[in-house]
Design a protein. Structure first.
Length: 201
């Protein structure tokens, strides 16, 4: 197999991007990018650190981020599995990417920027839900923001295909496989079903 291993070969193979692909990039929240992001309840947070890269799903009951100003977003860190892979990366290397999606839309929006982590109480209280505050807030300074090409979502028919989850392994089964049987997957799934929606903030 031949490998593309230098930038000249890569650029020669793909050619020059069309003007809209370059002109769509903004360095701040524009009205249309703001409207899309504020309608999004879900994004993927990508970070990089000493151990490699990490992609973490983030979701909320309303907008998944808050706008602090036209060049700054705030992303609450709600209850999770406490691995803190993304947070560990941010503390050591602030480069992040956020990928926003909205069910039914083949448009998606990406933000690249630099993030810092804070436990500031006033900022955490801004996101209060049912008396609960996030443990920390990720504050992102926007370097660039742009819409992604729609073809991947169109090809996958992600929103049109309906529920495709029938027959998939459960989280417990995955855990049992990964732990080589030291954790009982059925027990884990039973416990997970009772705690999944308790104090989920």
């Amino acid at each position: 197999m031949d490998w593309i291993s230098d930038l000249d070969s890569l650029h020669s193979h793909y050619g020059v991007p069309k003007p809209p692909a370059l002109r769509k990039v903004a360095g701040r929240m524009t009205p249309s990018y703001r409207a899309f992001i504020m309608a999004s309840r879900f994004c993927i947070l990508s970070t990089v650190g000493d151990e490699g890269v990490d992609g973490s799903p983030r979701g909320d009951a309303g907008p998944v981020v808050a706008e602090l100003d036209e060049q700054t977003l705030a992303l609450p860190d709600w209850r999770g599995n406490d691995r803190i892979d993304s947070l560990r990366n941010i503390v050591r290397d602030g480069r992040v990417a956020l990928y926003f999606m909205i069910p039914g839309s083949t448009t998606s929006v990406r933000v690249n920027g630099r993030a810092r982590l804070t436990a500031d109480l006033a900022l955490r209280q801004r996101f209060e839900r049912d008396g609960q505050n996030p443990r920390t807030v990720i504050v992102i300074a926007i370097d660039e923001i742009y819409s992604q090409c729609a073809r991947a979502l169109q090809r996958s028919e992600l929103w049109a295909a309906g529920d495709c989850s029938d027959g998939l392994p459960s989280v417990g089964q995955m855990l049992q496989d990964a732990s080589e049987g030291t954790i009982d997957g059925a027990d884990y799934d039973r416990e997970r079903a009772t705690r999944a929606h308790l104090n989920w903030w």
